[in-house]
Design a protein around this ligand. Structure first.
Ligand code: E4P
Length: 217
């Protein structure tokens, strides 16, 4: 499973990219607003940090508006992906942009039917929101599994981005369920790196070394 980061914070992107584990970036209007910076400036900076798919989201409600915004986003950089909400207008925009070879990521997906429609419209990616589903006591991982089964059964090329991840557990369960990609918030990356036994082990190795050879190596 590939790993994207779900943020518009360039410092966080730089940090995770430096580890060599980052395949792409997703943003949304909330994440851009949180940074308090201009949309295009932030996205341009991100394209210079990560050589992989970078989603920028449209804010129009109607297909024509989304198509216009989508073309502008796509022109910014070859790695840009146009993120479009899962509505009927959104699907019209996805199919038009797909015919122009513009990559799209259909967002705010909460069911396998929505994902199937997005895939049939020509979406490059679909983003089921695991965390928001599980916040309301639905099984978000089951939705990932259902979508993967359908995409495989009908040999559809659309890739699943497991989104709205809140916990390290949702991250590895997304991988088990067959998500092609997970988009992970910085705070979840931070938690998932750690294990108390790793820290304990490092402390013990250090203490044993120092007892035998002193402080300097
Ligand atoms: C998807 O790409 C969205 O940016 C994101 O995962 C939403 O997550 P949230 O539910 O934490 O807002």
């Amino acid at each position: 499973m590939k790993l994207f980061i779900d943020t518009a914070n360039v410092e966080h992107i730089r940090d995770i990219a430096s580890l060599g584990i980052l395949d792409g970036v997703t943003t949304n209007p909330t994440l851009i607003a949180k940074e308090g910076r201009d949309f295009k400036t932030v996205l341009n900076e991100i394209t210079s940090l990560v050589d992989g798919p970078i989603s920028g989201e449209v804010i129009s409600d109607d297909a024509q508006g989304m198509i216009k915004e989508g073309r502008d986003i796509a022109k910014m950089h070859p790695n840009m992906v146009v993120k479009i909400p899962m509505t009927k207008e959104g699907l019209k925009a996805v199919s038009t942009l797909a015919n122009e070879n513009i990559k799209t990521n259909v967002t705010l997906v909460f069911s396998a039917n929505q994902a199937l429609f997005a895939a049939r419209a020509g979406a490059t990616y679909v983003s089921p929101f695991v965390g928001r589903l599980e916040d309301t006591l639905h099984d978000g991982i089951e939705v990932i599994r259902d979508i993967r089964d359908i995409l495989d059964l009908y040999e559809l090329d659309t890739q699943i981005i497991s989104a709205s991840i809140r916990t390290p557990q949702q991250l590895f369960r997304s991988a088990q369920a067959g998500a092609h990609i997970a988009t992970v918030p910085y705070a979840v990356f931070e938690k998932a790196f750690k294990h108390p036994l790793t820290d304990k082990g490092i402390d013990a190795f250090k203490a044993d070394w120092e007892e035998a050879f002193g402080k300097s190596k």
